[in-house]
Design a protein around this ligand. Structure first.
Ligand code: FE2
Length: 259
């Protein structure tokens, strides 16, 4: 079984590059299951129902989120109906469903989204408590975890602590792809998958606006940067007979002008 996981999709440039490449990428990599992180997909913060539907129409199976899960308030009353949306299990708002089951008859996969707590707004409870609760609530599963956190050290700690119990642990949130993909025991791991968004940007945001906000201390909206985009993802191979990850490979598509 082959899983495609696409990192944080930032605004329109991120959505456009994903929709332009997804079908081809899935065919080329013989993908069985596609998961994306959509927490920045609507104007850089949150997700809307329209964008949720677009993801599904374009071949995405599940959408994970992060600390901006509920930035677009319109999504909150719709949560019970959006059964492919996976909110952070330990989100401080206590909303939605933080884990979903995918079962293809050979493997029963629990896909969950967990917030880190280092250099982040405090989640409802620690990522470790979240993982323990997930295993208690969804026993007899293989676990795919999108760990949405800022600190590489926290992600490595989490992955090593749970490696023998996890199938996949992919980091999101920093928007910069790390080159540390590896297998830790049975678990495919990478500290951060990286983002899909404008290449000339500060993690997907307009460079001038970030400078104005941080250096000139002006009030800005940190608007999403426009222009040619990059796409960052990983492909994970699972041996369904042993229920172990056997490979993780990084995917990076950059604008031609940057090569
Ligand atoms: Fe985030």
């Amino acid at each position: 079984m082959r899983i495609l996981f696409i990192g944080d999709i930032v605004g329109r440039p991120g959505r456009d590059i994903v929709f332009a490449n997804l079908a081809q990428l899935k065919a080329k990599e013989k993908i069985d299951l596609t998961i994306v992180n959509g927490e920045n997909s609507a104007h850089g913060k949150g997700i809307t129902q329209k964008i949720y539907r677009q993801f599904l129409e374009n071949g995405v199976d599940f959408i994970t989120l992060g600390n901006h899960a509920f930035s677009k308030k319109e999504i909150i009353p719709l949560l019970p109906d959006l059964d492919r949306l996976i909110v952070p299990f330990n989100n401080p708002e206590g909303l939605g469903i933080g884990a979903r089951i995918y079962d293809n008859g050979k493997i029963r996969l629990c896909i969950a989204n967990i917030l880190g707590e280092v250099f982040m707004n405090p989640p409802a409870f620690s990522p470790f408590k979240a993982m323990d609760q997930i295993m208690e609530t969804y026993p007899d599963c293989s676990y795919f975890i999108d760990f949405h956190g800022e600190a590489t050290s926290e992600k490595e700690l989490f992955a090593h602590y749970y490696a023998s119990k996890l199938l996949v642990c992919v980091g999101t949130h920093t928007h910069v792809q790390t080159a540390d993909e590896r297998l830790i025991k049975n678990c495919a791991y990478i500290s951060d998958v990286g983002m899909c968004g404008a290449y000339d940007s500060i993690i997907g945001r307009d460079i001038d606006e970030v400078i104005a906000a941080r250096i000139q201390e002006e009030k800005t909206h940190f608007k999403v940067a426009m222009g040619p985009a990059e796409l960052n993802a990983v492909v994970i191979e699972i041996d369904e007979s042993t229920k172990k990850a056997s490979n993780i490979k990084r995917i990076q598509i950059r604008p031609e002008s940057s090569q």
